[in-house]
Ligand binder design. Structure first.
Ligand SMILES: C[C@](O)(C(=O)O)[C@H](CC(=O)O)C(=O)O
Ligand SMILES: [Mg+2]
Length: 303
């Protein structure tokens, strides 16, 4: 059939391979499954499913009110339309360690290649806002152990996100991240680094694959692909970028229709029906259908 041609395990193996090949891999956030297909067509390495986007999509702020089921559903809907590995945000894991383990298992069953779990308290906030709080190291270590234990497929990638930089300083954040790796994290996500020197130091002191979050209007300067490659990072996410782009155009388009009264002046800024159908592989679906229904009832030879 037409949906995807790779199993979840093949995608996880591909993700694992990326983490070990020394290059930087770009994972734009997909604000919906259709966008994941666009990310694949554009030749990116993988797809990110952002908690901030899942919440915003439901018209909610990113403060832990969207629930586990809403997260998993969106993760599954996204992962299943692309051959690229997709990994997702699970915030603080949706509860105590046992719930975090179950969340990881559900994310795995949903076909994702990995997920990140963070050391904030509930209710959490966006990592680039002030006023965050983190749980103590021992609590987060338990969370990670439980999350690691929740996995069935050893190729599923567990990413520990550390929000402590803004709360306790870089030295403490680095100590925490060491403990998170000992607890079973495969990869680290140092959140809201202030500058390149901080990214560089984290990379130097920790020997596991590293993720950089290039979210706009946050605390980190938007580093280029080359800069992140030189810093030795393995994965970069652009978590909310496609949503911001789409909403920016939607708002401008709505203004135009309100002012002018029709859409004639903005057609060239839209995805054409033809291009949408191409992205959906409309024609291939029609062909599939024809191949299935290419017989006639009277065709069977009779004596
Ligand atoms: C990466 C992140 O966790 C997300 O949910 O996408 C957010 C992104 C954002 O709010 O800009 C975060 O950095 O906390
Ligand atoms: Mg998030």
């Amino acid at each position: 059939m037409l949906f995807t041609s790779k199993t979840a395990n093949q995608k996880r193996k591909a993700f694992r391979h990326m983490l070990g090949d020394g290059g930087l891999h770009q994972f734009p956030g997909a604000f919906n499954p259709l966008c994941a297909q666009a990310i694949e067509r554009k030749g990116f390495d993988g797809v990110y499913v952002s908690g901030a986007v899942i919440a915003a999509d439901l018209c909610l702020p990113d403060i832990g009110i969207a629930n586990q089921e809403e997260f998993i559903r969106r993760g599954q809907q996204t992962a299943r339309v692309t051959d690229l590995p997709a990994f997702m945000d699970i915030d603080t894991g949706f509860g105590e360690p046992m719930s975090a383990a179950r969340t990881v298992r559900l994310v795995e069953e949903a076909g994702l290649a990995g997920c990140h779990i963070e050391d904030q308290v509930m209710p959490k906030r966006c990592g680039h806002l002030d006023g965050k709080e983190v749980v103590d190291t021992a609590t987060m270590v338990q969370r990670i152990r439980a999350a690691a234990d929740g996995r069935l497929d050893p190729d599923f990638v567990l990413i520990a996100r550390c929000d402590a930089r803004a709360v306790e300083g870089l030295d403490q954040a680095i100590d925490r991240m060491k403990a998170y790796v000992d607890a079973g994290a495969d990869m680290l996500f140092p959140e809201a680094m202030k500058d390149e020197r901080e990214f560089e130091r984290v990379r130097r002191e920790l020997g596991v694959p590293m993720l950089a979050n290039m979210t706009e209007f946050g605390k980190s300067r938007l580093l280029t692909k080359q800069e992140l490659t030189d810093l030795g990072f393995n994965v970069v996410i652009y978590p909310v970028t496609t949503l911001r782009l789409a909403m920016g155009e939607a708002l401008r388009g709505l203004d135009h229709i309100k002012e002018v009264g029709d859409q004639n002046g903005i057609l060239d800024r839209m995805q054409h029906r033809r291009d949408l159908y191409d992205l959906l592989r409309y024609e291939e679906y029609s062909r599939f259908d024809q191949d299935l229904f290419n017989f006639e009832v009277g065709d069977t030879p009779t004596e």
